[in-house]
Design a protein around this ligand. Structure first.
Ligand code: HEM
Length: 486
């Protein structure tokens, strides 16, 4: 099997889950009583006033990867603020699943809320629960089965339009394709006579501006507010783009009200009648308010496009360098026939996707906040503790995934996901905040891989060495490729 040649800049020795005894200086003021708890160790190398900001600035994912040897949970400081990095799968399981009621989404999401609104990814508590119940039916298995035909048709049309010999910016292509697959499920009648252009315009804007938007949100998230809000040209472009996207989303919601389209996610959302009062954005009489629906629409676009597009970009990056794997995926897709984009029908392709989500997990930084003092393993976290985890570095832990930098879909035959410790493999998170779109994303990715491998051989553009860049996600710096027909 191949090595992709990509890593986060950390050698095999630098990865791993350490259980170093606590040597940290943490002394919480609002902690749980207990005699057998140990202090959370403080990551080495912090500077007065700056903490570990320099390490993070030099290479975010690499820095987090190095901290894996520091213990089950490690404290790091960004400026004066402490963050507790969860390394051990058991600690992750505790926070994301077993004790999830004791955590809110935390600071990262507080900083995103002004731009994205209070949608499913950013909201908390009873409001989140109601919204989750309202959205969940749109992602049920039988609905995904219906969307799959759309994904196959859209992917076939776009991929079929590629021209041999031309250089294709495959990362941009995957983003446009992800938007093109998501929009018709949100609003199936978009583009039909009499429905106006709001949804199409929204799609075009998401395709063109999503990179700018996610980078802007990342800056707003990781920098102290005084720095993040400096009116630099980049900040002004980001604010203008975020405002324009919201206006387009508002028009799309109004259009969906005017032309309800039976099967569409947006229509389902607007009709949701989970609420008990209109104070929290959900009204008894009229279903979800426009504002709440607009927040959810923006959330689905931001959470659902970039993640899928980045994972698909990595998948095609691997296939372009490993024709034997591409041939195997092609053979499986040919044998299964059209409209068979399910893991059961495409078992090797499914293992391939599982491996891409392991080795090229796009999400390197997720957070929670402790709502009360919480004991996690041998450690106690104070109320208000900001807790973070990195699925990208977890998935490269040699204790969990032997020879972790080797790309090998068949490792999932030898050691299926179910046999891993709980909390060891988290491409879609876990617990009450697990990705609502995981089945949706799986269907999209399988449809695209079948569409590509049945039509084309992929070739990396000569002269470009793909590098992994960690901004809002870990994505390829650029992905120029050409194609030749099969
Ligand atoms: C490969 C593609 C995807 C990946 C890797 C991914 C990953 C994730 C992860 C890790 C979370 C949990 C974050 C946390 O722990 O706080 C999440 C949440 C979420 N994702 Fe995805 N996602 C993908 C595709 C999608 C798609 C296609 C949609 C919608 C169409 C979507 C919508 C959401 C939403 C709404 C949430 C928030 C759920 C909640 O908090 O209740 N995602 N995603």
């Amino acid at each position: 099997m191949v090595r992709t040649g990509l890593n986060l800049g950390v050698g095999m020795d630098g990865t791993g889950t350490g259980t170093a005894p606590g040597t940290g200086t943490y002394a919480g003021t609002d902690t749980i009583a207990g005699t057998d708890t140990i202090a959370v160790p403080l990551a080495p190398g912090g500077l007065p006033g700056l903490g570990h900001l320099l390490g993070m600035a030099r290479g975010r994912a690499v820095f987090l990867q190095r901290l894996r040897v520091g213990g089950d949970i490690v404290e790091m400081r960004l400026g004066r603020r402490s963050f507790y990095l969860l390394n051990a799968p058991e600690a992750l399981y505790e926070v994301l699943v077993a004790q999830s009621a004791r955590f809110s989404k935390g600071m990262l999401f507080d900083r995103v809320r002004p731009y994205l609104g209070n949608g499913l990814a950013t909201s908390d508590g009873p409001f989140h629960l109601r919204q989750r119940r309202a959205l969940q039916p749109a992602f049920h298995r039988e609905r995904i089965a219906r969307y799959t035909a759309t994904f196959t048709a859209v992917a076939g049309e776009r991929v079929g339009g590629w021209r041999p010999g031309r250089t294709i910016a495959m990362d941009r292509e995957m983003r446009e394709l992800a938007v093109a697959m998501l929009l018709p499920t949100l609003f199936p009648s978009a583009g039909e006579p009499g429905t106006g252009r709001a949804i199409d315009d929204l799609g075009t804007r998401v395709s063109s501006d999503l990179g700018l938007l996610v980078r802007g949100v990342l800056r707003a998230t990781v920098l102290p507010p005084a720095l993040a809000e400096l009116p630099t040209p980049g900040r002004r472009r980001f604010l203008a783009s975020a405002a324009s996207l919201r206006r387009l989303a508002e028009s799309a919601v109004r259009e969906a009200r005017r032309h309800p389209s039976g099967d569409g996610v947006l229509t389902l959302l607007l009709a949701a009648e989970e609420g008990t009062s209109s104070e929290d954005g959900i009204s008894d009489e009229h279903g979800m308010s426009d504002e709440a629906a607009c927040d959810e629409l923006l959330t689905l676009l931001v959470a659902g496009v970039e993640t899928t597009a980045t994972t698909l970009s990595w998948a095609l990056h691997v296939l372009a360098r490993d024709p034997a794997t591409a041939d195997r995926i092609h053979a499986e897709a040919e044998a299964a026939g059209p409209d068979a984009a399910t893991p059961a029908a495409l078992p090797y392709t499914a293992r391939f996707v599982q491996e891409v989500l392991r080795l090229h997990q796009p999400l390197w930084f997720m957070g929670r906040r402790a709502l009360e003092p919480v004991r996690v393993g041998r450690h106690e976290l104070p109320r208000g503790a900001e807790v973070v985890y990195s699925a990208a570095t977890l998935h490269r832990d040699p204790a969990l995934f032997p020879d972790p930098l080797r790309f090998d879909p068949d490792r999932w035959l030898a050691r299926p996901e179910k046999s891993l410790p709980r909390g060891a493999y988290l491409p879609f998170g876990a617990g009450n905040r697990k990705c609502v779109g995981d089945g949706f994303a799986w269907a999209e990715m399988l449809a695209v891989l079948a569409a590509v491998t049945t039509r084309w051989h992929l070739h990396p553009a000569p002269g470009h060495r793909v590098r992994a860049v960690a901004d809002a996600q870990i994505h390829p710096d650029a992905l120029p490729m050409s194609v030749t027909p099969r």
